[in-house]
Ligand binder design. Structure first.
Ligand SMILES: *Cc1c(COP(=O)(O)O)cnc(C)c1O
Length: 349
C-alpha cells in the first residue's frame, strides 16, 4: 500500500473554534468515537485539549479510558456504552461520566460505585423515539425517582439528562424534543437538578438553536464532514480535516494504477462512479481492486504522482460526504472505513 491519510490539526482546531462560537453559550462535547472518526484518537484529543475542549464523547468505556490517558483529571469524558461489570469498574476508576439508559444498569453501576467507595457521575437517557437504548417514557418517572434515591445515598451524582435524535426531519426532531422536555420536567419533579442537558449532534447544533440546551455532542462537523444532503462545509464555515492520498505505482496508456484498494477502506461500490483528484484535474475511478485501483489516465502521468481520493485542496475535489452521497451513505462512514493500516500524517502549524 502506498497511501496515507493527511490530518490537518489546524483545520480541526479552527472547526472546533467555529463550532464553539456557533453554539455558545452551550458547551461543546467533542465526539471521538471510532478512533475520532478514523482520524486518530490521540492526536485529535491532544489538539482539542490544547484548544480548550473540556468534554469528550467516547461511545464506549474502553475509548473513554484511552481518552483519560491523554487528558487531565479535570477534563470530562462521557461514555454511553458499558457492557459489563468490568466496564463499570473501569469507568469508576477513570472517572468517566456514564450515560445510563437502563434501570438494571443503573443498579449495577451503583453497586460498582459502592464497592469502590466512589460517587459516579451519570447522565440519564430518555428514549425520545430512536429506540437506541434509553429509558422508555412509561418507565421514566420510576427511573428518575430511583436515581434521586441513589444520589441521596451518595453513590451517584446525576450530572445530566440526555437523548439522541435522528436529525433526519425537523418534525420528528420536534416530537423527540417535546418528549425530552417532558423528561426534564419529570427529573425536576423527582428533585434532580442536572447541570448538563444535551440532545443535539452536529446538524441540529447548527440549524436548531432550541436544541442546544447546556451542551451539544458534535463529531462530524468538528472533522469538517458535512451532513449528506446538507449544506456544504464552506457554507457551514468548516474545513474538512482529512485528505486521503494514494501514489501512482504504474502508468499505462489508459489508466494510472494507485496503491489503495477495497481492503484499505475504499468502498468498491464507488467503482466507475467517483471522480478523484489528479495533477491534471479530476478523473474517473475506473476500477477498485483489493489493494490497488485504476484511475483514468491523464497526460504526463508518472509513477509517484499523487491522487487525492477525497479531501480539500485538489482540483475537482470530492469530500468524504460527496463520495458517500454517490453510494447512499454518510461521510462519517467513508471516513471511518479508511483502514487503520493506512498511515496517518499529522500537520500542525
Ligand atoms: C455519534 C454521536 C454523536 C455525534 O454525531 P455527529 O453527527 O457526528 O455530530 C452524538 N451523540 C451520540 C450519542 C452519538 O452516537
Amino acid at each position: 500500500m502506498s497511501a496515507r491519510l493527511h490530518v490537518d490539526l489546524d483545520a480541526l482546531v479552527a472547526n472546533i473554534a467555529h463550532v464553539r462560537a456557533t453554539v455558545s453559550p452551550a458547551e461543546l462535547m467533542l465526539v471521538v468515537k471510532d478512533d475520532a472518526y478514523g482520524h486518530g484518537l490521540g492526536p485529535v484529543v491532544r489538539a482539542a485539549v490544547a484548544a480548550g475542549v473540556n468534554w469528550f464523547g467516547a461511545f464506549d468505556v474502553r475509548t473513554g479510558c484511552a481518552v483519560r490517558e491523554a487528558v487531565d483529571d479535570d477534563a470530562r469524558i462521557f461514555a454511553w456504552i458499558a457492557a459489563s461489570r468490568g466496564d463499570l469498574d473501569a469507568a469508576v476508576a477513570a472517572r468517566i461520566d456514564l450515560g445510563i439508559g437502563d434501570a438494571d444498569l443503573l443498579e449495577e453501576l451503583a453497586e460498582a460505585a459502592r464497592d469502590a467507595h466512589a460517587s459516579m457521575r451519570v447522565h440519564l437517557k430518555i428514549d425520545t423515539g430512536l429506540h437506541r437504548n434509553g429509558v422508555r417514557p412509561e418507565q421514566w418517572p420510576g427511573f428518575v425517582a430511583r436515581a434521586a434515591a441513589l444520589q441521596t445515598e451518595g453513590v451517584i451524582e446525576v450530572a445530566g439528562v440526555w437523548s439522541h435524535i435522528a436529525e433526519a426531519s425537523d418534525a420528528e426532531d420536534d416530537e423527540a424534543r417535546s418528549v425530552y422536555e417532558w423528561a426534564l420536567r419529570q427529573a425536576t419533579a423527582a428533585g434532580l437538578r442536572p447541570a448538563m442537558r444535551h440532545l443535539a449532534a452536529s446538524a441540529a447544533s447548527f440549524a436548531r438553536p432550541e436544541f442546544r440546551y447546556d451542551m451539544v455532542r458534535v463529531g462530524a462537523f468538528c472533522y469538517g464532514i458535512r451532513s449528506a444532503g446538507g449544506p456544504s462545509a464552506d457554507h457551514l464555515g468548516l474545513r474538512p480535516i482529512g485528505r486521503l492520498d494514494a501514489d501512482v505505482v504504474e502508468v499505462a496508456e489508459e489508466f494510472a494504477r494507485i496503491g489503495l484498494g477495497a481492503l484499505d477502506g475504499l468502498p468498491s461500490s464507488l467503482e466507475r462512479r467517483a471522480m478523484v483528484g489528479t495533477p491534471a484535474g479530476s478523473r474517473s475511478l475506473v476500477a477498485i481492486g483489493a489493494t490497488e485501483s485504476l484511475v483514468a489516465a491523464w497526460p504526463g502521468a508518472v509513477v509517484g504522482d499523487v491522487v487525492t481520493v477525497y479531501g480539500p485542496g485538489v482540483a475537482g475535489e470530492s469530500t468524504a460526504t460527496d463520495l458517500a452521497e454517490i453510494i447512499g451513505t454518510i461521510g462519517e462512514e467513508v471516513a471511518l472505513r479508511v483502514s487503520p493500516l493506512v498511515p496517518r500524517r499529522y500537520t500542525r502549524r
